[in-house]
Design a protein around this ligand. Structure first.
Ligand code: F6P
Length: 359
């Protein structure tokens, strides 16, 4: 009988509970025991190890759609590779993780994480040498290479779209514009997808340079005197500091365009998991369990051309290499980010959305 561990690391997003519940169900059907590690790697560093054996009644199927993580993602003082390195206790931290995995007698560990967590897991892979390490990619940022989708992205797009939908109505009433700042770190996928879904007047993303005068001209010539401008949190404007939405808002105000800013913040990580994210979480859980059966290790589940498979973590680490775009100083993009041949850029442009100086 195998023993498997599950942990959720990095920022949360919707879809984590679906993945946990499906992993638990699929493992139990195989006759395996499942242990949930609390607060990510921090749970492996407490004495005794902070882990619970998962049973079907702990995470009922009807709760699997809820956002957040049943296993938690870490508190403010949580120990992880980064905080341990900062505190100068990396070696002790690594030894403790290695020891705890042994104490739990785990055959496999499934780490559900974002770009940062996956990179760190690969960098410090030696601590996982005695278990099969299977990673599942999740993030609202969609900045993980080699997978066409990450768990949580679809729900985040839905949440941001609904947020903008509501603002569109009050914008219309007052003949004004809302500058909405999306999350996404230095990746524009979330802003672009929600912006097109809502029918924004403009979408500004880190991957594409924009011109404030062109933006203003575009708004003044728009067929409506109201609307939404989606600004990704990763954009920067030379000579300006502060929040990107505030920078753009100030420029619009100076040009006589009535506007307000709005910040959906962590609501983009919340919300009941969409069917699409649940399907992805289920397929990735299934692929992760199959990978354990196939004796794979150091792999990540990935959606490619409609099917979920596994790819090696070393391929992930190499594919994620950052390059500097000479047109956007200080910005590093990887091949997971919005590329200039993304069909959605053409669609946005053809629908009258200003997306920067690429046409
Ligand atoms: O990576 C997910 C993410 O939500 C980013 O989009 C955002 O910049 C960041 O995490 C926010 O982090 P925190 O929860 O620490 O405020």
């Amino acid at each position: 009988m195998k023993r498997i561990g599950i942990m959720t690391t990095g920022g949360d997003c919707s879809g984590l509970n679906t993945a946990i519940q499906r992993l638990m169900r699929g493992a139990h059907l195989r006759g395996w025991r499942v242990f949930g590690i609390i607060d990510g790697t921090d749970g492996l560093c407490t004495k005794p190890v902070n882990a619970i054996e998962l049973t079907e009644d702990m995470l009922p199927i009807e709760n699997a759609r809820l956002a957040g993580s049943f296993l938690h993602n870490g508190h403010s003082g949580a120990l992880n590779f980064e905080t341990a390195a900062r505190e100068g206790s990396l070696q002790a931290f690594e030894q403790k993780i290695y020891k705890s995995l042994g104490e739990l007698k785990l055959d496999a560990l499934i780490a559900i994480g974002g770009n940062g967590s996956l990179s760190l897991a690969w960098e410090h892979r030696d601590v996982y040498r005695n278990v099969q390490l299977i990673c599942i990619p999740k993030t609202i940022d969609m900045d993980i290479p080699l997978t066409d989708r990450t768990i949580g992205f679809d729900t985040a797009v839905e949440q941001l779209t609904r947020f903008c939908d509501q603002l569109m109505l009050t914008a219309r009433s007052h003949h004004r514009w809302f500058v909405v700042q999306s999350m996404g770190r230095d990746c524009g996928q979330l802003a672009l997808n929600a912006g097109v879904a809502v029918g924004a007047t403009a979408v500004l993303i880190p991957e594409i340079k924009f011109n404030v005068d062109s933006l203003i001209k575009h708004i003044l010539n728009a067929p409506t005197d109201y609307g939404v401008i989606v600004v990704a949190e990763g954009i920067s404007l030379r000579g300006h500091s502060g929040r990107p939405a505030d920078m753009i808002s100030r420029q619009l105000t100076a040009a006589g365009i009535p506007n307000r800013t709005a910040f959906p913040e962590h609501t983009q990580r919340a919300g009941d998991t969409t069917a699409s994210d649940r399907l992805l979480a289920t397929a990735m859980a299934d692929a992760a369990l199959n990978a354990i059966e196939n004796n794979e290790t150091y792999v990540m589940t990935a959606l490619q051309n409609g099917a979920v498979k596994t790819v090696s973590l070393s391929d992930f680490a190499n594919a994620g290499e950052s390059v500097v775009d000479p047109n956007i100083p200080d910005l590093k993009t990887s091949n997971a980010y919005v590329s200039l041949d993304d069909p959605l850029l053409d669609i946005a442009h053809n629908m009258g959305i200003y997306i920067g100086e690429i046409k």
